[in-house]
Design a protein around this ligand. Structure first.
Ligand code: IMP
Ligand code: MG
Length: 175
C-alpha cells in the first residue's frame, strides 16, 4: 500500500486503452456525417474524455460541467447541484455525456434531465465504468467501458478524497 498502490488492480491501463479505442470507433461509426459535443463531468471524467476525444475520427467539441456528488466520503448524498455550468448552449447538438462511473445513477439522471431542457438534438451517455448493483434509478449507458462489482475504485481520473486520479490503472480502494 502507499500513494501509488491504494489496493489491488482491477483494470490495467492496457485494458483501458483498448476499450477506449473500441468506444471511439463505435461513436465514430454511429455518428457518421454528423458532429458530437462531448460533455465531461468534472473532475473524474477528465482523463477518459481526453483519451476518448483522440479516438474520435470526426468533428467533435468538448465542454465540461461540475456537479456536486461525493464529498470526502465514499457514500452518495443523493443531492446534486451544478457547481460549474457549460460555457455554451447545446441547441441542436448531438450530446454525449462522458462520465467516469455510474453508481446510483442519481448524478447522471439529474444531468440527463437538465440537459434535455436545453433543446439538444440527441443525448447519449458514455461511461468508462458501470456499477449496476447500487443503482437507485434506471439509467441507460449507451457506451459502457467495463461493468464492475460494487467496490470503491480509484485511478484513471477517479479519486478518493481528491487523491489517486493520476494512477494509470484502476484499483480497488482498500479500506
Ligand atoms: P452516482 O450519482 O451514485 O451514480 O455517482 C456518480 C459519481 O460518484 C461518479 O461520477 C463518481 O464521481 C462518484 N463515484 C461513484 N462511485 C465511485 C467509485 O467507486 N470511485 C470513485 N468515485 C465514484
Ligand atoms: Mg464523476
Amino acid at each position: 500500500m502507499g500513494w501509488q498502490n491504494p489496493g489491488r488492480i482491477l483494470i490495467t491501463h492496457e485494458e483501458i486503452e483498448h476499450k477506449v479505442k473500441e468506444i471511439g470507433a463505435s461513436i465514430t461509426e454511429d455518428y457518421q456525417g454528423s458532429q458530437v459535443l462531448l460533455i465531461g463531468v468534472l473532475k473524474g471524467a477528465v482523463i477518459f474524455l481526453a483519451d476518448l476525444l483522440r479516438c474520435l475520427d470526426m468533428p467533435v467539441e468538448a465542454d465540461f460541467m461540475a456537479l456536486s456528488s461525493y464529498g470526502s466520503s465514499t457514500k452518495t448524498s443523493g443531492v446534486v447541484r451544478i457547481l460549474k455550468d457549460l460555457d455554451r448552449g447545446i441547441e441542436q447538438k448531438n450530446v454525449i455525456i462522458v462520465e467516469d462511473i455510474v453508481d446510483t445513477g442519481l448524478t447522471l439522471q439529474f444531468l440527463y434531465n437538465n440537459l434535455w431542457q436545453r433543446y439538444p438534438n440527441s443525448i447519449k451517455v458514455a461511461s468508462l465504468l458501470d456499477k449496476p448493483e447500487k443503482r437507485q434509478v434506471e439509467m441507460e449507458v449507451d457506451y459502457c467501458g467495463f461493468t464492475i462489482p460494487d467496490h470503491f475504485v480509484v485511478g484513471y481520473g477517479l479519486d478518493f478524497d481528491e487523491k489517486y486520479r493520476n494512477l494509470p490503472d484502476i484499483h480497488i480502494l482498500e479500506e
